[in-house]
Design a protein around this ligand. Structure first.
Ligand SMILES: NC(=O)c1ccc[n+]([C@@H]2O[C@H](COP(=O)([O-])OP(=O)(O)OC[C@H]3O[C@@H](n4cnc5c(N)ncnc54)[C@H](OP(=O)(O)O)[C@@H]3O)[C@@H](O)[C@H]2O)c1
Length: 310
């Protein structure tokens, strides 16, 4: 089979396409012939920043057909199309999934849409739920055109947020985020981000944390879920009684699988009702994994970037 790995840290150019044996599924695992693989900012950062053993594999959400079922797996058959998170080599034409965390590709969804919904959708919904939103509260989403952010904008609108503000890195993304249901669009460098909001869902972190906290109304909550790091001054929270809540989807997946399943159901239902539509920025073959990473490094994507191994 073909897979992409990296043997040194660096930019997209260090990604290598290679031939290797098709793995055999171990206990509790499924082997899937991958039709779509989600490319995410955390993987782009992992390749560039290092700190992980080399050679490095690239994980991510995949969708495809089950071609082999490992021992101790119940309720899954060869030939079924499933989607789920692959922790090993996801950038490959065959990938191993934990059966317990795989779910059927929803009816009417393409493999790319299923991939976008499964991880980015769960992060978006989990982050939003972490803020415990009340009906009619206003929401600002940073990184609003990203894989996660573009679904967060749609979810907030679908859930009845009073006002949805999309914050993006450049004005070229304004039309895109408006098409998702954003009422207002701001770019990070704007002098004002408009009227204060009840909830900020922050995908960016770093230097953006400070203006993001400033954008909160008194009593507002910021959900920090980005891999961008950053620092928040306690005094900025004290003034106005603001809160910061951290959210990590892997932690919920490990500790609260029933809640994850409930969120997955809600995502599937919103998709079936046409109220949540993953947008695909680019679909590229496996051998163009470097181009896919390049799009994300350039902060150019409007929606999800996908690899199509077959
Ligand atoms: N907590 C969790 O469990 C969890 C799980 C998955 C992902 N995440 C986080 O969710 C965020 C969005 O991830 P994603 O995979 O949806 O993103 P993505 O689709 O790869 O999109 C990346 C977008 O993020 C924005 N961005 C902000 N700072 C950036 C930087 N330094 N380099 C490149 N892009 C940057 C850019 O848009 P603008 O220029 O418009 O800002 C860019 O288009 C990331 O911070 C990621 O780490 C969290």
């Amino acid at each position: 089979m073909r897979r992409v790995r990296y043997y040194e840290n660096g930019g997209p150019e260090v990604l290598r396409l290679e031939e290797t044996e098709v793995p055999r599924p171990g206990p509790g695992e499924l082997l899937v012939r991958t039709e779509a693989v989600g490319v995410t900012l955390p993987m782009v950062r992992k390749v560039r920043e290092g700190g992980m053993p080399l050679p490095g594999s690239l994980g991510g959400e995949v969708a495809g057909e089950i071609v082999a079922v490992g021992p101790e797996v119940t309720g899954r058959q060869v030939g079924e199309r499933v989607t789920g998170l692959c922790f090993g080599d996801a950038y490959a034409d065959h990938a191993l999934l934990h059966a317990a965390m795989a779910s059927p590709v929803p009816e009417g969804a393409s493999a790319s849409e299923a991939v976008a919904l499964v991880r980015s959708g769960l992060v978006a919904l989990g982050a939003y739920e972490s803020a415990r939103p009340a009906e009619g509260e206003s929401v600002l989403v940073t990184g609003a055109a990203s894989g996660v952010g573009h679904l967060a904008v749609q979810l907030a609108a679908a859930r009845g947020a009073g006002r949805v503000v999309a914050a993006v890195g450049s004005a070229e993304k304004a039309e895109f985020v408006r098409s998702l249901g954003a009422d207002e669009v701001v770019t990070y460098t704007d002098d004002s981000w408009g009227e204060p909001v009840d909830i900020v869902l922050d995908a960016v972190g770093g230097e953006l944390l400070s203006p993001a906290v400033a954008a909160l109304a008194p009593g507002g909550r910021l959900v920090a879920y980005s891999s961008g790091g950053g620092t928040i001054q306690a005094y900025d929270l004290l003034v106005g009684g603001k809160s910061v809540i951290g959210f990590q989807v892997a932690r919920t997946a490990r500790g609260r699988p029933a809640l994850m399943e409930q969120w997955r159901q809600e995502l599937w239902e919103l998709f079936a009702a046409g109220r949540l539509r993953p947008r695909i920025h680019a679909e590229l073959p496996l051998e163009q994994a470097a181009e896919a990473h390049g799009i994300i490094e350039a902060r150019a994507n409007q929606g999800k970037v996908i690899l199509r191994p077959v």
